[in-house]
Design a protein around this ligand. Structure first.
Ligand code: G3P
Ligand code: MG
Length: 356
């Protein structure tokens, strides 16, 4: 079996896709964060439309600039998200311009595509839609917290299995299923249940739900890995205070696991921003899109993910004031190339710096 690290390095980049771009000026490209930069929850920021139009050629140089979206959001396929962005922004967005937090989880298919995995998190509605995304990537045996809860209702005694999930459940004999990994696909909708079931699988004998190893046994064995689709502690939506993200869930899961098992090994691997593997994948897309190696600018609202990752990967960056980052909290922990009020101002400044 491929090691996890080797599998990650195999994240495949789609083949070149083309759009006419001028070669007369220095090639640049933009990687947009979405939440807190282009959108607040469901609401599209008005300056986002103007920023996109500038990249589509409405700028003093009349040049088009390639751009992609690199978000720690997800919960749907790249195709669905591209359709949604097209509607939001009034331009045609190709699915290959979309990097979701879980997009790079496709690199795990070589190792886990044929093995049972427990998927946690993600939108519950429509029922089965989150599982369908992982199956679309090539994972053949994806089970969910709903499946386990319906199989053994006392495993989470504080709520009943949800009737609306009934039609989408996979009813199998879980005493015969050896879970090989846990994939946290998107933010957990029910932390308590998901922490309970994850701890159950991590403590189990050979990944079988309903079995349990002693703490001494757990310390002797390689742990079942937990893959997180991103590591945002906080993220920005229309609420006026930043919301807890997937990293908060991870902290809670890890803390409970450590207490229950007296610190048995916990193996966590993270995708999304600021992980290098995600920037590498995004850079491959932009290179194909631009037809050469462009100077890439990341525009983000979250210093800990967008800017941190850009700095580590050697991209320039603009930090905007429309999301997680707020001046009143002091200078950002990860320094961007510059700070702008919003995405429109950021694009305008980038074009000036690069082309004037
Ligand atoms: O769950 C966090 C996510 O919604 C953040 O999205 O676009 O700011 O990376 P984004
Ligand atoms: Mg953001």
């Amino acid at each position: 079996m491929l090691s996890i690290r080797a599998a990650l390095s195999r994240a495949s980049v789609p083949r070149a896709f083309s759009r006419p771009l001028s070669t007369a000026v220095k090639p640049i490209a933009i990687a947009f964060d979405i939440d807190g930069v282009l959108k607040h929850g469901e609401h599209v920021l008005p300056e986002a439309h103007r920023a996109i139009q500038m990249l589509e050629g409405k700028n003093p140089w009349n040049r088009r600039v390639p751009y992609i979206f690199v978000t720690n959001g997800g919960g749907q396929s790249e195709d669905v998200r591209a359709q949604r962005l097209s509607k939001d922004l009034g331009v045609t967005v190709d699915p290959r311009q979309v990097v979701l937090s879980h997009t790079v989880m496709q690199s795990l298919v070589g190792s886990y595509g044929d093995k049972p995995v427990l998927m946690l998190g993600g939108p519950d509605l429509p029922p089965g839609s989150s599982r369908a995304v992982l199956e679309g990537y090539g994972f053949k045996h994806v089970y969910t917290a709903h499946d386990l809860h319906a199989y053994a209702p006392p495993s989470w005694p504080y709520a009943d299995p949800k009737p609306e999930q009934e039609a989408a459940l996979r009813r199998v004999d879980f005493s015969q299923v050896n879970f090989a990994a846990i994939l946290v696909f998107h933010d957990s909708r029910e932390w308590g249940r998901d922490i309970q079931l994850a701890v159950d699988i991590l403590r189990s004998r050979d990944g079988i739900f309903g079995t349990v190893l002693t703490n001494e046994e757990l310390k002797q064995r390689p742990p079942i890995p937990v893959f997180f689709s991103h590591a945002d502690l906080l993220w920005g939506n229309e609420h006026n205070v930043a919301r807890l993200g997937q990293r908060a869930f991870r902290i809670a899961l890890e803390a409970v696991f450590n207490r229950v098992t007296d610190n048995a090994p916990f193996e966590a691997i993270t995708f999304g921003k600021p992980e290098n593997v995600t920037y590498e994948y995004a850079a491959g897309l932009l290179k194909n899109f631009a037809g050469s190696d462009p100077t890439v600018w990341m525009i983000g609202d979250n210093p800990a993910s967008d800017i941190h990752g850009a700095n580590d990967y050697g991209w320039s960056s603009a930090l905007v004031r429309t999301g997680v980052f707020r001046d009143v909290e002091g200078p950002p922990a990860h320094k961007p190339t510059f700070i702008a009020d919003n995405v429109e101002q950021a694009i305008s400044e980038i074009l000036k710096r690069e082309w004037s």
